[in-house]
Design a protein around this ligand. Structure first.
Ligand SMILES: [Mg+2]
Length: 242
């Protein structure tokens, strides 16, 4: 859908509640993750045998595979937390017995690099002035709650939904159902702003939400699934007239 046309369509709809995804929508998780991995690479001497880039690449592969298994309930949260570092170390030919200290140290470094996505903060606060907003996120509850606190989101968001606390991950409809009930409006009056095609665009639209997809993806057949596609928060502000 072209941007002009989807803007036109969107003006015909009335959004009564705006939900935001957290990681890589409001907050720059990807950069914080890469910076945290570079920090552990520098912190532990045994990583000298491999480059930081290699560590980041292997971790990404292992971590996304583990998250996929976790979302299918094939590994527990504890297994996911263990496996992502144990298997990364193993794959790199390093001592995998050190997975726990590496994992703990990573979480500390990762937190130091949390920051807003470009222009998301200003857009978010403008939107908060005009609409009720909520946060709907996958991820570990403990970590996500720390982000809510660090970025003062409990104060500005009327609802915060962490899928781990619902018991299933996005795109499972139970997560969207729970978030809709908390918002107290009909599904078709909700706009969801998110970056993931599978979790946010497909998950949200299947449940009857409108989805604004934050992406650099250029595939038109995927764009058609979303109600609005944007790559700069200025465009979202224009859509919502804030
Ligand atoms: Mg995301």
């Amino acid at each position: 859908m072209s941007e002009i046309f989807s803007t036109y369509i969107s003006t015909l709809l009335s959004y009564e509640f705006i939900y935001f995804d957290l990681d890589d929508t409001l907050l720059d998780h990807k950069s914080a993750e890469a910076a945290g991995l570079k920090d552990i690479h520098a912190h532990f001497d045994f990583f000298d045998e491999v480059s930081a880039e290699k560590l980041i690449n292997v971790y990404h592969q292992v971590n996304s595979r583990q998250w996929s298994l976790y979302s299918q309930a094939k590994v527990s949260r504890e297994e996911l937390q263990r496996n992502r570092f144990e298997l990364t170390l193993k794959e790199l030919g390093l001592n995998s017995a050190r997975y726990e200290e590496v994992g703990n140290q990573y979480m500390q470094f990762y937190r130091n690099h949390w920051q807003w996505i470009d222009r998301a903060k200003e857009a978010f606060y403008k939107i908060v002035e005009k609409y009720p907003v909520g946060i709907l996120t996958n991820g570990f509850a403990e970590t996500q709650r720390k982000k809510f606190e660090a970025f003062d989101l409990y104060h500005s968001a009327e609802t915060t939904v962490i899928s781990e606390e619902v018991g299933v991950l996005k795109p499972h409809p139970d997560v969207f159902n729970h978030a809709t009930e908390l918002a107290g409006v009909d599904s078709d009056n909700i706009l969801y702003v998110g970056d993931s095609f599978g979790s946010d665009v497909i998950g949200g639209t299947k449940f009857g939400w409108n989805v604004a997809w934050f992406t650099e993806n250029g595939e038109p057949e995927k764009h058609e699934k979303a109600h609005f596609v944007f790559n700069d928060f200025i465009k979202l502000k224009n859509l919502l007239k804030v």
